[in-house]
Design a protein around this ligand. Structure first.
Ligand SMILES: Cc1cc2nc3c(=O)[nH]c(=O)nc-3n(C[C@H](O)[C@H](O)[C@H](O)COP(=O)(O)OP(=O)(O)OC[C@H]3O[C@@H](n4cnc5c(N)ncnc54)[C@H](O)[C@@H]3O)c2cc1C
Length: 455
């Protein structure tokens, strides 16, 4: 850390300089380079901007505010950052896990202080957060982006069943490799794919792995002796009609059996059985149905992280960070903004949505810091590249009203190889090289270009 980090502008350093034999030229040099030094402030644990989480939203916004504010701290416990959208392809055995990971130090800004700890508590009334390590960190402005929590333990028999063959989950770095193993050792029989009864991140991912399994097993000859079942707690295959129609047709043509309103509640690895609650059952308790599996892909129930949902001051009734859906500013605390999966924004939780939210939080927080009201409005843009088979993808993009908001001047509901390349190669490149550095706010500008500037 450079000495200049400790030099407040208003202090007279002459007596101290004399004692320490420091030249005034050196002090001027430190002042000039102050903004390039590490951003630790005078008080060791007090910062102008604190960012919780170094994920898709947190890393991008900390890079932006490291350039625009006096001091920034990022609180993030993990030594690695993951681009999770690649885990669909990792689980399917198409990509190596390593391609999705970067050292956290490489994605966080050098001009911010990285607090390698987890936030345990938010104390919004005194503008502090407390970490699990017991540190109190003070902020003037807070950006909350700790993502979503995977609650595997809410399903009886998990996570133990991951220790048995045939069970995997693309949603966790711990179990995505199990999906690959299970897909490859599958030799026909019953394959089950689940979608839980909570909001989740990337609502397309639970079915993407089914299409990739279908393609793989067709190629290696086991598809003809297997039955594939997609058991979803939802009542539709996808929330946007345009894409749902196409997906329904794909499942029909490929003989993929879709069961609606089925929620996984138990896995019995000894007998290779999965128990589903029938959500539209009129009985109390609800009726259940038990299905045998030879392959099981589990998507766990999810919630906001405990540190968020346990603080009633900052969450809505369902436990999500309670932000204004237009401005992303917290509804009660004007110096707090939310980003990404932990929020109650009524849109599909994706990294693509985060990209658009970055621009909104950037502009609105800068306005608040300048003493103005936030005026940038988020339209709920989100996107889900649904890989539907070997090098095939339909590219769903839509807004808060579940209306398609497509970037390209062709029908994105059609399966295309170009959109598969977009998902596998182009978007990850943009994510690591542009978005995380704070220079990508979603494809709005490209969409406009294709429409010659028209809305
Ligand atoms: C299998 C899969 C497929 C997906 N496919 C797509 C896709 O095709 N397209 C797409 O756009 N999106 C996709 N997503 C979703 C996308 O990855 C997330 O929506 C996105 O990463 C959310 O960003 P975030 O910043 O909110 O959270 P994250 O990126 O998850 O980051 C949260 C960060 O907060 C940290 N953290 C957690 N708790 C704390 C705490 N208490 N204190 C401090 N830090 C904490 C975590 O370590 C993490 O680094 C997919 C996700 C998965 C799992």
């Amino acid at each position: 850390m450079s000495a200049s980090a400790f030099l407040p502008a208003a202090v007279n350093f002459r007596p101290l300089m004399f004692k320490l034999n420091v030249s005034s030229k050196f002090v001027r040099h430190c002042r000039r380079h102050q903004r390039f030094s590490t951003s630790r402030s005078l008080n060791a644990d007090s910062y102008e901007v604190v960012v919780v989480g170094g994920g898709a939203g947190g890393a991008s916004l900390s890079n932006i505010f490291a350039r625009k504010s006096k001091s920034v701290a990022v609180i993030e416990p993990n030594p690695e950052h993951y681009y999770q959208p690649l885990w669909t392809l990792v689980g399917a055995g198409i990509m190596n896990f390593g391609k999705s990971a970067r050292p956290m130090a490489a994605v966080l800004p050098k001009r911010a202080t990285w607090v390698k700890d987890k936030v345990a508590e938010f104390n919004p009334k005194d503008n502090t957060v407390t970490t699990e390590g017991g540190k109190q960190i003070k902020y003037e402005y807070l950006i909350v982006g700790p993502g979503i929590q995977l609650n595997y333990n809410q399903i009886k028999g998990l996570p133990e069943a991951f220790e048995t063959p045939g069970v995997g989950s693309n949603y966790s770095k711990l179990y995505v490799g199990k999906t690959t193993e299970a897909l490859q050792r599958f030799n026909g029989g019953d394959a089950l794919f689940t979608f839980p009864n909570t909001p989740i991140k990337c609502a397309g991912a639970p079915q993407k792995i089914m299409y990739l399994a279908d393609a793989l097993w067709t190629k290696n000859g086991v598809r003809s002796k297997s039955q594939l079942h997609y058991n979803t707690s939802l009542g539709v295959i996808f929330g946007v009609k345009k894409y749902a129609d196409v997906l329904t047709e794909i499942t029909r043509q490929r003989n993929l059996n879709v069961n609606f309103k089925r929620n996984l509640i138990e896995v019995k690895p000894d007998t290779q059985e999965a128990v589903f609650e029938i959500l539209d059952s009129s009985e109390t308790p609800k009726e259940t149905v038990t299905a045998h599996y030879d392959f099981l892909h589990v998507v766990p129930p999810m919630s906001a992280p405990d540190c968020v949902r346990n603080n009633k001051d900052i969450v809505d009734a369902a436990g999500w960070l309670d932000v204004d859906k237009d401005t992303l500013q917290h509804k009660k605390f004007a110096n707090i903004f939310g980003i990404g999966d932990c929020t109650n924004l009524p849109t599909s939780k994706t990294a693509a949505a985060v990209a658009c939210q970055i621009g909104i939080v950037k502009r609105n927080l800068l306005q608040v810091m300048a003493g103005d009201k936030p005026t940038s409005v988020y339209n709920g843009y989100t996107s889900c590249p649904i890989v539907t088979g070997n090098q095939k993808c339909i590219f769903a993009e839509f807004d808060y009203n579940a209306q398609p908001m497509e970037t390209f001047p062709f029908n994105q509901a059609k399966e295309r190889r170009s959109m598969y390349i977009m998902k596998k190669d182009i978007i990850p490149y943009v994510y690591f090289h542009v978005m995380l550095k704070g220079y990508w706010e979603g494809p709005g500008i490209i969409r406009k270009m294709f429409r010659l500037g028209m809305a």
